[in-house]
Design a protein around this ligand. Structure first.
Ligand code: COA
Length: 221
């Protein structure tokens, strides 16, 4: 690991809720103040419409759906070499463009224990993936921003994710902050120090992640 945080297919989807999503137009989210505060919120005010694209709930999301987005790529997250066992997500959303699934994100409720013993409830974001043909034009930002809105609507107040260092700028412009202290997670064989970067964001104004090292009570997400 580097520096530690120092052909889509036409598908039929089980649509439960469809929500028009919004897109960042001006600088794709590069607005001063977004992501540089310990008390920050989703920068949804940056968004503008991305015509034809919808963020939908995917309650029955499964491997076949995911394979449509990865288009058969091996190691789509670039983390297989770490051998980490990941937690399955309980909630899934997908980005649909004219009936094609072009992106996915999922989340799961988790508990995080701080160095002082305080335990906080977080929503763990993971499985963030945009089809290779659609990257680099703002789709990922739309996906994550819309997912954050849904996480907040589901009752979440704090969110957390793990990513490679090269994704810090992507998440940073969406309001996520890196955790510089050590983060440990549970694996089938015991506790490990998370080799990936850890980021958090407030879904509700005034919420904040406890300072210092953190331990995720369960598998990472
Ligand atoms: C991470 C991922 C979801 C981002 O999706 P994306 O559609 O490329 O995301 P965006 O287009 O919104 O942003 C990507 C970059 O393109 C830039 N960008 C966005 N819109 C742009 C535009 N209109 N023109 C030029 N560049 C643009 C952004 O600035 C961003 O740069 P940054 O990463 O340095 O901040 C995608 O790369 C992916 O699926 N990767 C593989 C899986 C993965 O690593 N997932 C993350 C797990 S934590």
């Amino acid at each position: 690991m580097g520096e530690r945080c120092s052909t889509t297919t036409r598908i039929s989807l089980p649509v439960r809720v469809q929500v028009r999503i919004e897109r960042d137009r001006a600088g794709e989210g590069r607005t001063p103040g977004c992501g540089d505060s310990r008390r920050h919120l989703i920068c949804s005010r940056l968004a503008a419409t991305l015509p034809g694209v919808e963020l939908i709930d995917l309650p029955d999301f499964g491997p076949d759906d995911f394979a449509q987005i990865t288009a058969g790529a091996s190691d789509p997250f670039g983390t297989d070499h770490l051998g980490i066992v990941w937690q399955e997500k309980t909630d899934h959303v997908g980005l649909i463009d004219e009936g094609q699934l072009i992106g996915h994100a999922g989340w799961i409720a988790s508990r995080v224990r701080a160095a002082d013993g305080q335990v906080v409830e977080v929503l763990g974001l993971g499985g963030v993936m945009v089809h290779g043909d659609r990257r680099g034009s703002g789709v990922g930002g739309v996906l994550v921003r819309g997912t954050m809105e849904k996480m907040r609507a589901s009752g979440g107040s704090l969110a957390m994710l793990f990513c490679r260092p090269e994704r810090l700028s992507f998440y940073g412009r969406l309001g996520w902050l890196p955790i510089r202290d050590e983060v440990t997670v549970e694996q089938p064989d015991g506790t490990i120090v998370m080799p990936l970067c850890t980021c958090w964001t407030a879904l509700v104004e005034g919420e904040s992640m406890p300072a210092g090292g953190l331990h995720v009570e369960g598998l990472p997400f």
